[in-house]
Write a protein that binds this ligand. Structure first.
Ligand SMILES: CCC[C@H](NC(C)=O)C(=O)O
Ligand SMILES: NC(=O)OP(=O)(O)O
Length: 317
């Protein structure tokens, strides 16, 4: 595998999950793969889980790791070609990217949607420049439209905990005071649509995700009806995608907060969230603290999803 940016890069998902569970049970068995190889992790945005789990995965594989927070310590980067650089940005991405590629063997990039241009975001303008100009294998640590390392960890977690072969999985919007990217819900939908689960997406009108990600999922505007009989509840906030409200918060209705009363409508469902989560906006304290909450094992599986991705990239070098 050269690059990892979406579900299709992993090929057969059942095989990928099987490999992940093997790695999970013997995670230090592959140190030879990463010997004398360097991972460079580049962050345009904040991170806790991705930063720590991906570094841990690289160390499990014997890799050296360099972490760069672009907006803290590096030069502010111009990303637009053709701009006269007489402002506050002393360096262009088109030099910085190949330079960074000189110092490593594999590059991970986090670059969220900027909500300035839907086309720039949905064409993955920043991530694709790293793929085009770094000369190295590149994987997404959450880009503008997807978060594949998270979605792979989510799938591993569901496969580890499902009680039926074809569980009902519900992706529910929940309120948040800030305009958050569509990357996590897009990616979760893209991955779950590749499974044979029953998949329902529920959100207020106006929060429809891009059709390419919704796929064959059933969209239900009545959250309570969506929760009926569910086996997994995956909560996440996202800003509006549809024009003219792209990137905007059009609701902070806390009637959509996931609480025990709503969870009682489900088939004793597990609760999932990628974290970080705003308690009592997205989910009530008692639900995220309940025995049905998988948020911690879900976060732990980020080390495993990253290790499988890095392992496959190293095997292809
Ligand atoms: C993993 C989630 C990262 C980011 N969350 C925030 C709070 O910016 C998001 O919603 O995409
Ligand atoms: N879920 C996730 O990617 O968390 P961070 O944003 O903390 O990396």
């Amino acid at each position: 595998m050269r690059h990892f940016t979406n579900v299709h890069d992993l090929g057969d998902l059942k095989a990928a999950v099987k490999e992940a569970l093997e790695v999970k049970s013997n995670r230090f068995a592959y140190k030879h793969l990463g010997q004398d190889k360097t991972l460079m992790m580049i962050f345009f945005n904040s991170s806790l889980r991705t930063r720590l789990s991906t570094q841990k995965a690289a160390m499990n594989l014997g890799m050296n790791v360099i972490v760069l927070d672009v907006n803290q310590g590096a030069w502010k980067l111009e990303t637009e070609r053709g701009v006269v650089m007489d402002g506050d940005k002393p360096e262009h991405l088109l030099e910085a990217i190949p330079v960074m590629g000189c110092y490593c063997d594999v590059i991970g990039v986090r670059s969220f949607a900027r909500f300035e241009s839907k086309s720039d975001d949905y064409e993955e303008k920043i991530l694709n420049q790293f793929i085009r100009y770094s000369g190295r294998p590149v994987f997404s640590m959450e880009a503008a439209t997807r978060h594949p390392l998270q979605s792979f960890a989510d799938l591993i977690t569901i496969e580890e905990h499902k009680k039926t072969e074809h569980p009902k999985v519900v992706l529910t919007w929940a309120p948040h005071p800030k305009a958050l990217p569509q990357a996590v819900p897009n990616s979760f939908a893209e991955w779950i649509n590749q499974t044979d689960y029953e998949f329902v997406i529920t959100h207020p009108e106006g929060y429809e995700l891009a059709p390419q990600f919704v796929g064959n999922a059933h969209v239900e505007y009545d959250q309570r009806r969506a929760f009926e009989g569910a086996d997994f509840i995956y909560a996440k906030n996202w800003a509006a995608y549809a024009d003219p409200h792209y990137g905007q918060v059009i609701s902070t209705d806390r009637a959509w907060t996931v609480d025990s009363e709503k969870m009682a409508l489900t088939n004793n469902a597990f609760f999932m969230h990628c974290l970080p989560v705003r308690r009592n906006m997205i989910v009530s304290d008692d639900v995220i603290e309940s025995p049905q909450s998988l948020v911690i094992p879900e976060a732990a599986n980020r080390e495993i999803s990253a290790q499988v991705v890095l392992k496959r990239i190293l095997e292809s070098l």
